[in-house]
Design a protein around this ligand. Sequence first.
Ligand SMILES: [Zn+2]
Length: 346
Amino acid sequence: MAKINVKVNGRKEKIEERASLRDLFNKLEINPEVAVTKLNDAIIDKDRYNETLLKENDEIEIIFFMGGGAFDFSEEEIERYSRHIILPEISGQGQQKIKEASVLVVGAGGLGSPVAYYLAAAGVGRLGIIDSDLVDLSNLQRQILHTTADLDRPKVESAREKLQAINPNIEIITYNQYLNKDNVLEIIESFDLVVDGVDNFPTRYLLNDACVMKNKPLVEAGILRFDGQIMTIKPGEGPCYRCIFTRPPAEGTIPSCQEAGVLGAIAGTIGTLQATEALKIITGVGKPLIGRLLIYDAKELSFREVEIRRNPDCPVCGDNPTITELIEYELSCELHQQTEEAGDNE
Ligand SMILES: [Zn+2]
């Protein structure tokens, strides 16, 4: 088919003869909702995009909504997020919510890697990463934020580099420290939602309790060997982690990934689901995993869902909570030593 030349926002474009304005928007992957169009001298309503055929040397100005409470995307951002923006469920409005959102990813390890990658790529405006570990050789089998060249570097530094390279438009805040009862409330305070990517019970309980106390949504997950599980906790709307697991298991009864192993790709599957849940909560799209524990069995390749109700006797989110101050469970000294050295965030 013959091509014709038109000018779009001052730039030459070659398009099919008899292409419509709609075809042009499709070709440029621009959601017609986010802009108005001036064709030569006239503003064309988007209802007429289909019937408006383009001719040689037409001059088209696509003028994007900006400021004024509408969307404030640059042209670069519109193109970068075009695959989101063309989804009717997300559109410019949803992408604006993503841009305005802030998410704290706890742990830059196996789970935290895909979570942070996808949230950065999606354009989450403020992304916090907390991890006190250095990159260890045994991490590289699954912690895909880090490369061989990053060995012995702080994980948050390595993470920041990769994430900023994917998306220079977002703000990345790093915390090179261990989450504890003295800093957790203050750190989660400034984020809209928290994603748990840790592999130790003290931090998992600490995060759950802190998020319940601060009313922050928490996307909770764990992985071990060939299995994974994930649940979204929205305080006030559904159960929390303690509604299922009231107290941590007796010390030494549940192995960690570093003791029992984990198939690296499991972290990818579960971490990607966590990122999806975070984006659903931010945009309000779909039904989050609230009150539903999703269990993944990679050997069988099966997913199972267990319905969980809020426990009125839950010590932290129940009707008469007994835990009103944060508790820090102790890791055994030996295990703690290992985690400090080897890194334990999943
Ligand atoms: Zn609870």
